[in-house]
Design a protein around this ligand. Structure first.
Ligand code: NDP
Length: 291
């Protein structure tokens, strides 16, 4: 069994971007600028946004963190996004999800200008991705594709099973793995909460992407010998022995599944860092498309 080390692969992406940014500076060109919006005080969201801002600093991007209280009105938030849309200094806009219940995710996603949609959630970005056109691809599935590329995982003709069909992970993942591209060309089965015989389907998989948000859902008896297992899940479970009071659990029972795999991602240190690496790549792209 070998580890798909997302920390290492993401560092390689960031090292490369750092050089690219330095080159932009030498040429007197614009440096990428990411604007991140955080609403409320959700602990996990705070952590993710902080990590994104830190990565911007690491690669030499400019970043702006805009914070709003939980009770900000939808209209105020949309106005801020419009302001960022028309600010020529801002290349990428990221609105950290989940948002409070009184704000529509859909409205927010649709308001971000497609040219600044570094999260790849706008319908135009999704449509372009589905058609195989150059696009901002949602950071988590894009990060997973970059991880497969980094470790040169052979995907051609393989049966990939994606568990989860959300718009931000499972569904775009299924499209990318089935696309006619170097780390695509899989035969893909997409599963969800109404799937029957999930265990039997997973047992047929050469590649499993688990993205359901249920800790240790994928167990050893669901995985065939030699499979590649990508664990997207991140759930905080109470652990009083930790200073934070919690530990992170993936959707895969790592301890028992790992010995059966050819490759597997750890949690943490697998898909999480790659998501940030992919976001950095999208932001660089948003900037240089204009340069
Ligand atoms: P969602 O809750 O939006 O989607 C979960 C999906 O899993 C749904 O399609 C749901 O099916 C399916 N599902 C739920 N229970 C089952 C079940 N018992 N059997 C089969 N399918 C099931 O989650 P997200 O896609 O947003 O996130 C999934 C996980 O990935 C979470 O733990 C999240 O924290 C993590 N995540 C990690 C990221 C990273 O950077 N590492 C980034 C984004 C997410 P249905 O549609 O029928 O309800």
């Amino acid at each position: 069994m070998q580890i798909l080390d997302g920390k290492k692969a993401a560092q390689a992406i960031k090292d490369e971007l750092k050089l690219d940014v330095a080159q932009l500076a030498v040429e007197g060109k614009k440096i990428p600028h990411l604007a991140a919006i955080l609403v409320g005080n959700n602990g996990a969201s705070e952590t993710y946004v902080a990590a994104k801002v830190k990565s911007c600093e690491e690669v030499g991007f400019k970043s702006t963190l805009i914070r709003f209280e939980e009770d900000i009105s939808e209209i105020k938030l949309l106005e801020k996004i419009e302001e960022l849309n028309s600010d020529p200094d801002v290349d990428g806009i990221l609105v950290q999800l989940p948002l409070p219940k009184h704000i529509s995710d859909e409205q927010v996603i649709n308001t971000v200008h497609p040219d600044k949609d570094v999260d790849g959630f706008h319908p135009e970005s999704v449509g372009r991705m589905v058609q195989g056109l150059p696009a901002f691809v949602a950071a988590t599935p894009y990060g997973i594709m970059l991880l497969l590329e980094h470790y040169k995982i052979d995907t051609k003709g393989k049966h990939a099973v994606v568990v989860g069909r959300s718009n931000i992970v499972g569904r775009p993942m299924s499209v990318l793995l089935s696309s006619n591209s170097p780390y695509g060309n899989c035969t893909v089965t997409i599963c969800h909460s109404h799937t029957k015989n999930l265990k039997e389907i997973c047992l047929q998989a050469d590649i499993i992407v688990a993205a359901l948000g249920r800790p240790e859902f994928v167990t050893e008896d669901m995985v065939k010998e030699g499979a590649v297992v990508i664990d997207v899940g991140i759930t905080r479970v109470i652990d009083t022995s930790k200073k934070s009071g919690f530990k992170l659990k993936g959707d895969v029972d790592y301890e028992n599944v790992a010995p059966k795999c050819s490759w597997i991602t750890p949690v943490p240190g697998g898909v999480g860092p790659m998501t940030i690496g992919a976001l950095m790549k999208n932001t660089y792209r948003a900037c240089t498309l204009k340069n």
